[in-house]
Design a protein around this ligand. Structure first.
Ligand code: HEM
Length: 530
């Protein structure tokens, strides 16, 4: 009788009432209440993130960290997150064993199922068997000596093109170093991992110079689509942030169009990559067994466990002893593309920014380069040379300590556990706020000061320096990333003096799943007469 007399709006009102009551009942009875802001149903702390963090949840974390210390909580994407920033709290999470209870970076997030990434690839894969499988193959390629050697040989050839363009632009014209580095890293990653030229440097050069300087462009061997692929994968990375932070209800209503575009982007990425893999398979098949194959990651993966195997070291376990199918290769390659471009490009911007502000550091870095490489102009770079660049590595370390490309490291527990003195149920989502650890005066003397020497004098304390994360989910691209940085720093600073257009401006950074440098205006002056 009462029910029949209710209108639609009354029923909706009752549903909302019960939903809100349930939400706050669960909130006020949650295990281990921690300091943080009270969340709203559905959107959690989104308003705080938008208002105080200017849309960047890591700025929000910084504010909460200053207010509440090394353990606090926040609500985002429908989840409670326990944010921790002390090395002793994260000890178990940093265990390298793949059997530890923190091999999950994110738990079962329905939004990622929808995007098709929760059981695929590595970074956001929460299905441990496929993650292990993919990581095993990825690491095998990355650690193969001929792969690193290939990258060290490749970088100078791409660099020569960049060098030519910079000299043509002239020393008085400001250029955006962040875009150049993005194009450059894209070229390296595509050639080293997929064996394809994207040819992105020339169109960018053409887009910024007057018409008399423009150069004729050629199209890609596969087809035009591949030229757009870097932008498509970059958009894919942004979409992950969108799926991670925006609640499903909002994505499917107010932001429906963006949601559909993200799903379309994912399919497009898959289709292009499948085409690339198929084309390479065909090329390999048509290449005589006596002819040498190039050694990009795609070729190494296609030939793995076949008669054309290019990596000496044989797989010991049965799972890794079979040839890979297209889907498996696709998952591994996409990780290299999405993991290897923005992180490295942004880190190079940070290094250039700090070297411009600290001329003494630059002088010392150049002395190191001169000692190792001498003054012979066309001296070939070797992996051994790079291993001697200790001071350059210290500069890299200090830059990534202060401008951490990945400010937080999520981990989900698979069993109940005691962390920071509290007992937590299984499936608790922890976020290691590594940026907080990197700037904590308890572990770093003068933490806000730029001082590469700190890395020359002593090793950082355990779990206090985490630009590549740590434990079983640490960055498998670390070795390659450091090689790339050293190689490029050597080539750029041997040939150019770089000045910032605005010495007073802070770095332009935007957090989009990683901490990206969005603009760095510089002038580049050749050091030697042409
Ligand atoms: C300066 C450059 C780089 C930085 C600072 C960086 C940083 C990171 C960080 C912080 C993580 C998460 C680690 C964790 O949760 O403990 C990560 C994961 C990852 N990175 Fe990198 N990275 C860089 C370059 C690269 C490169 C060049 C590649 C590819 C060749 C790569 C591939 C990956 C992959 C695949 C993962 C996911 C690993 C997994 O979940 O098992 N990264 N990276």
């Amino acid at each position: 009788m009462i029910l029949t007399s209710l209108g639609v709006s009354d029923v909706i009102g009752i549903i909302i009432f019960f939903y809100v009551a349930k939400f706050y009942y669960e909130y006020f009875t949650r295990p281990n209440p921690l300091p943080g802001s009270i969340p709203l149903p559905i959107i959690g702390n989104l308003l705080g993130i938008i208002y105080y963090g200017r849309g960047d949840f890591t700025v929000w974390y910084k504010i909460l960290h200053q207010r509440h210390g090394d353990i606090f909580e926040s609500y985002m994407g429908g989840f409670r997150r326990v944010i921790i920033s002390r090395p002793d709290y994260i000890e178990k999470m940093m265990s390298p064993s793949t059997k530890n209870d923190y091999t999950l970076r994110v738990g079962n997030i329905p939004a990622f199922d929808e995007l098709g990434i929760s059981k695929s690839g590595m970074t956001l894969n929460s299905h441990i068997p496929t993650w292990k499988f993919n990581r095993g193959f990825f690491t095998k390629v990355i650690l193969a000596p001929n792969f690193s050697k290939g990258i060290v040989n490749l970088i100078p050839t791409i660099y020569d093109e960049l060098d030519k363009y910079w000299k043509e632009i002239g020393e008085d014209v400001p250029i955006d170093f962040s875009i150049w580095m993005h194009k450059f890293m894209t070229e390296i990653v595509f050639q080293a991992f997929v064996g394809l030229r994207v040819n992105g440097l020339k169109p960018y050069f053409n887009s910024i110079v007057e018409s008399s300087k423009k150069k004729p462009t050629e199209t890609n061997p596969i087809d035009k689509e591949i030229e757009d692929f870097p932008d498509i994968t970059k958009e894919g990375l942004d979409n992950i942030g969108f799926f991670l932070t925006i609640p499903s209800l909002v994505r499917h209503t107010i932001l429906r169009k963006k949601n559909i575009a993200a799903l379309k982007n994912r399919k497009q990425t898959f289709d292009i990559l499948t085409k690339v893999i198929e084309t390479r398979r065909k090329e390999i098949k048509e290449t005589s067994i006596d002819d040498k194959l190039r050694q990009d990651m795609l070729t190494l993966l296609i030939t793995m466990n076949t008669e054309r195997e290019l990596i000496d070291q044989k797989s010991v376990d049965e799972e890794h002893s079979k040839p890979l199918n297209n889907d498996q290769i696709h998952q591994i390659i996409l990780e290299a593309i999405s993991g290897g471009i923005e992180t490295s490009a942004s880190t190079l911007c940070t290094m250039v920014y700090y070297l411009a502000h600290y001329p003494d550091v630059l002088t010392r870095l150049r002395q190191e380069l001169d000692t190792i490489f001498g003054f012979e102009k066309d001296r070939q770079i070797t992996v051994e040379d790079l291993s001697k660049m200790h001071y350059t590595e210290a500069v890299f370390n200090e830059c990534t300590r202060l401008v951490n490309p990945s400010k937080t490291l999520p981990r989900v527990s698979t069993t109940k556990d005691i962390i920071a003195g509290y007992e937590w149920p299984a499936n608790t989502l922890f976020e290691i706020y590594s940026d907080g650890i990197h700037r904590n005066p308890a572990f770093w003397k003068d933490p806000h000061k730029f001082n590469p020497d700190r890395f020359m004098e002593t090793e950082p304390l355990r779990n206090t320096y985490l630009p590549f994360g740590g434990g079983a989910r640490s960055c498998p691209g670390r070795k390659i990333a450091i090689l790339e940085m050293k190689c490029l720093i050597f080539l750029i600073y041997r040939n150019f003096d770089i000045t910032l257009v605005d010495m007073d401006a802070p770095m332009n950074l935007e957090y989009k799943f990683i901490n990206m440098c969005t603009e760095l205006k510089v002038k580049v002056r050749p050091r030697f007469p042409q």
